[in-house]
Write a protein that binds this ligand. Structure first.
Ligand code: HEM
Length: 158
């Protein structure tokens, strides 16, 4: 990987870890299960802290993903093509960003969302989060990649 690719990859991983932490921090679980009692982790029980951090990392997540996709479309795809895993994760990311943005709008006062829509948004964001994390761990362990080098590029490299 080039230095640039390494920076993108590790910023992406750190951002996802903090999105998961601060996302679950929106629910009162870290206090209930005493995780927030661990020295240095008290902030996980502070709703407004985890809420603000979730927004900050969400913005970073959108920036990193947009950069990676635009780079792939403008340049990367000459040499590489998305694998099934790459497509699956792309759809999950699109779903997380879409439901996330709609929930940000939900938090604006006066947004005319019905209670059903709010529950559906919340449940779909949470289910996408869990699927994304479990699938991410599986592909990390199995070493399944997002992209593969195009055949003709391989022959050029050999
Ligand atoms: C890897 C990406 C992400 C993960 C793993 C994630 C995870 C979560 C989780 C677990 C929750 C709590 C759901 C609940 O209370 O039932 C949550 C809530 C939320 N997320 Fe995300 N999220 C991600 C990306 C985003 C993005 C990109 C945005 C915005 C563009 C976003 C905006 C929100 C909002 C607004 C809430 C609800 C906060 C509230 O009003 O209670 N999330 N997220």
């Amino acid at each position: 990987m080039t230095l640039n690719e390494k920076i993108i990859r590790y910023s992406y991983l750190v951002t996802v870890v903090f999105l998961v932490l601060t996302g679950f921090g929106q629910m009162p679980i870290f206090k209930r299960y005493h995780v927030a009692d661990i020295p240095g982790l008290g902030w996980l029980a502070q709703f407004y802290v985890t809420h603000a951090m979730h927004y900050i990392f969400a913005a970073l997540f959108i920036a990193i993903c947009t950069y990676a996709y635009v780079d792939h479309i403008l340049d990367g795809r000459k040499e590489r093509t998305l694998t099934k895993t790459g497509y699956a994760k792309s759809f999950m990311i699109a779903g997380l960003i879409l439901t996330g943005v709609l929930m940000v709008i939900k938090n604006f006062s006066g947004t005319p969302y019905t209670p059903l829509m709010i529950s559906l948004l919340d449940i779909s964001h949470l289910l996408l989060c869990i699927t994304f994390v479990v699938y991410g761990i599986i592909t990390l362990v199995t070493g399944t990649r997002w992209v593969r080098v195009r055949a003709f590029q391989l022959s050029n490299k050999l």
